[in-house]
Design a binder for this molecule. Structure first.
Ligand code: ARG
Length: 475
């Protein structure tokens, strides 16, 4: 059914109804729509707009409808335009004309964005929980490899050796920023739009602040025109989800590279790999590739909503109906990708020996020579030059830096005495990098335990927020 028609002398053309219809994708808003209807019902009752007996009858019908929606006993039919009209049909079937009473003082314009805010908060909390689980997998894996060295890269060229635990743990910090962003976003999203009406508020004695607190929102809209037009929270959510996707894609790229025969650092478990239909020997890191590939659609969804919003006149326009599918798609995508990547990381093993043998390759200890000279008061430019000459000499006859003789070292720079050999080992190089956040294994271990501590605080806060949300929904 549609919620309008009084002034029309003709029904809509089939093509119009087909384009207009959104119930096939917005039906998932039904639980939030019923809950916000209960809040609106409370406002109509306490303001005296609805008699208590009518309000009680509508409340019972709404609760009944909620269970039928959950069990699947009630669902949209071919004539329902959107989630709101389908649910009103459900109410009418139970209550007759009284079903339409709930529409007083409310428009689908304030209703739909209230529903979508509730949906967004619910799902972003679950995404936050999945991110903290992913962080745990990363940090626990990092803990296993704190004392193992590996080449660290810039430009995909050996740069300086690092603790492999340091290399893994870095990802958890990117996700910590995503969790911060979700937290900031929550404050701006937890704003009720209910009571804004079509755009101008209501002449009925409603109390939007009361419905806001009933729905667990931390605040209420300030300007009714803004309230029905604002989709910043959708765009912001899509940006956050895109960035989570980008972070996942960088993990995907790294895992794919590390699992290659050329690197052979990572052994991805069979449970997180797939085979080839023609090449029997293949074991492909498809989960890593999908983590990388899915970031494309996440970014696409963000661009789609920003483009739809750009230049949109105020207040409500039907264009805004296009906010939902991109948001739903990004949420669903990440809820698929996050647990798969968490499992992939938790079950991957790394070849410690191969990584540590590779760590000093590519003259990755050359910076140690330069730093050694700087500590002997040689200006960095000259120290850099001398270390570069050491590399050139090694390259001439295929040696590594530690294989240069004392005489050769001294001839390159008189301050290059045999003491330099202490830093010309991967072990020495790693342990000397003790500045804040550096790769010295003792420091990395401390960074990881600090990150795990922050993670458990975040997890507790998310669990708490999810419990409060569930309580609100079941009121
Ligand atoms: N399905 C619509 C949406 O998603 C609901 C609001 C319709 N409002 C209107 N004035 N036609 O935006």
């Amino acid at each position: 059914m549609t919620l309008w028609g009084g002034r029309f002398s003709q029904g809509t053309a089939d093509t119009v109804f087909a384009l207009s219809r959104s119930v096939h994708f917005d039906w998932r808003l039904a639980p939030y729509d019923i809950r916000s209807s209960l809040a609106h019902l409370g406002a109509l009752e306490s303001s005296g707009v609805l008699e208590k007996s009518d309000a009680t009858a509508i409340k019972t019908a709404l609760h009944g409808l909620a269970s039928e929606v959950e069990s699947g006993a009630f669902s949209p039919n071919d004539h329902d335009e959107d989630v709101h009209s389908a649910l009103e049909r459900g109410l009418n079937e139970k209550l007759g004309a009284l079903g339409g009473a709930l529409r007083a003082g409310r428009s689908r314009n304030d209703q739909v964005t209230t529903d979508l805010r509730l949906f967004s908060i619910d799902h972003m909390l679950e995404i936050a929980r999945q991110i903290t689980l992913l962080q745990i997998a990363i940090l626990e894996k990092a803990e296993e490899y704190v004392n193992d060295s590996a080449p660290g890269f810039t430009h995909i060229q050996h740069a300086q050796p690092v603790s492999f635990g340091h290399e893994l743990a870095k990802h958890a910090h990117a996700f910590a920023r995503d969790l911060d962003r979700i937290n900031d976003w929550l404050a701006r999203t937890s704003v009720s739009s209910l009571g804004a009406g079509a755009l101008a508020g209501s002449s009925l004695p409603l109390d939007p602040a009361a419905t806001a607190s009933d729905l667990g929102f931390t605040s209420v809209f300030a300007n009714s025109i803004d309230a029905v037009s604002d989709r910043d929270y959708v765009a912001e959510a899509l940006f956050i989800l895109s960035l989570v996707g980008v972070h996942l894609s960088r993990i995907g790229e790294e895992w794919t590279l590390w699992a290659s025969t050329e690197f052979a650092w990572a052994r991805v478990s069979d449970a997180y790999s797939t085979g080839s239909s023609i090449m029997p020997q293949k074991k492909n890191p498809d989960m890593a590739e999908l983590a990388r590939g899915k970031s494309g659609r996440l970014i696409g969804n963000l661009v789609s909503v920003l483009t739809m919003l750009k230049g949109l006149p105020f207040a409500y326009n039907r264009d805004l109906q296009e906010d939902k599918e991109p948001l739903f798609d990004s949420v669903d995508t990440l809820l698929l990708v996050l647990p798969a990547v968490t499992g992939m990381i938790a079950t991957t093993d790394f070849d410690r020996e191969k990584m540590s043998l590779a760590a000093p390759m590519g003259y990755s200890l050359a910076t140690e020579i330069a730093d050694y000279l700087v500590l002997k008061k040689i200006a960095f430019a000259q120290a850099h030059e001398a270390a570069g000459k050491c590399v050139a000499l090694c390259e001439e006859n295929g040696r590594q830096l530690h294989q240069l003789t004392d005489i050769e070292l001294a001839s390159i720079h008189p301050a290059l005495d045999p003491g330099v050999r202490l830093v010309l080992t991967v072990h020495g190089a790693l342990n000397s990098r003790t500045t804040h956040g550096g790769t010295a294994p003792a420091l990395v271990a401390a960074q990881i335990s600090q990150a795990l501590k922050i993670n458990s605080g975040t997890m507790a806060a998310i669990t708490n927020a999810q419990e409060r949300f569930l309580e609100m929904m079941s009121a």
